[in-house]
Write a protein that binds this ligand. Sequence first.
Ligand code: NAD
Ligand code: 2HG
Length: 401
Amino acid sequence: MLVLIADKFPASGREVLGRLGEVVYRPELSAEQLPAALAETKADILVVRSTVVSETALAASPPLSLVVRAGAGTNTIDTAAASRRGIFVANCPGKNAIAVAELTMGLILALDRRIVDATLELRHGTWNKSKYGKARGLKGQTLGLVGFGMIAREVAVRARAFGLKLLTCAHHPIAPELLEAHGVVQVADLGALLDASDIVSVHVPYSKANHHLIGADQIARMRPGATLIHTSRGGVVDDKALAEAVRSGRLRAGLDVFEGEPAGGQADFKNIAGDVGDIYATPHIGASTEQAESAISDEVVRIIESFVARGIVHHAVNLNERVARYSLVVRHLDRVGVLAGILMALREERVNVQGMSNTIFAGGEAACATITFEQAPSDECLQRLRDHEAILAVELRAART
Ligand SMILES: NC(=O)c1ccc[n+]([C@@H]2O[C@H](COP(=O)([O-])OP(=O)(O)OC[C@H]3O[C@@H](n4cnc5c(N)ncnc54)[C@H](O)[C@@H]3O)[C@@H](O)[C@H]2O)c1
Ligand SMILES: O=C(O)CC[C@@H](O)C(=O)O
């Protein structure tokens, strides 16, 4: 088994993976160089952070069967192409949420106290207490969290300690216990959240549907003097419209992600923070704390270990989520050919198997197979299975609709 790691990844994690197979560490690879590296190494497993994984990359190594995103967002991986090729794509949900929440709070505080500007002036020898000795203060202000996933919840925990009032919006009703536990109120929709918030912080994944979720209209709807914090993904906010609103003095913004940002560690990048003083910005470092990188590394190792040892992929993001209409539970003696016999019987019925698992009981004598499909096998087929000398019991279950 060969694991190609195409982004920065801790040495401790690489060492553990090295015990499972060969590890090729190429953190310098760009998206353009990735296909050639995959073709050359014939990697079975690919680990990436922000490096884009295109269909060409996925096709470059025939044995490639798993791509692990050492992070949360998978929009940089062509998951549709991976699904077409039967390649699992997995991520590490929540493992860097605290780090992003900490940066979010950092940007909120830095903007309120204008810490960056004050530091820059002091560095140049200017004492400007008159200018920087004015801030609104956070207590009692309203923070609107766009999305209420892992990161937004960690932001809520921290923001509450600062005395902020918390709102959120989602496409569906969020469980009341979850809202209550975080001291958050769900408002009707994004518009209501923008109307009511002094600070808006964006925590949704990038997708076609979320492209410019915070566009010119939403930016215009924000309260005058409000602050927008964006640490989710370039493209969720319309950067140009935001820059205009900040330049006009209506808003302030704290950004960790940008439209068209470079994927690698160092590059020239002309960006909207360059000429707009009220934009504070960091180069996509939300997840980059030692704590988060270590938690992500442990999770990547866990995902790969489980895949190699048991074929189970934790946090796969490109599986068919549809619940099969029928499942057949077959308890059987653990003998060669029994499973093949069951599948042959289903094949004769032209039943297309959707999923299958087989668990062996302690002692190794008996096992239980669960097979799922959309179309029920006939009674005759079920009887034939029941009559098999190595089959102990057969039960057909229909999913509740
Ligand atoms: N700056 C960084 O370094 C960094 C690090 C980690 C994650 N991220 C980004 O942050 C995003 C969120 O991360 P997370 O761990 O909280 O993910 P998550 O999946 O736990 O939460 C995202 C939530 O947003 C909701 N959502 C999606 N579209 C929405 C919409 N239009 N309106 C309201 N809710 C919507 C989803 O239902 C989900 O509950 C990631 O997808 C990634 O792009 C950035
Ligand atoms: O790996 C990184 O540096 C960024 C990760 C982050 O954007 C994520 O989606 O987890």
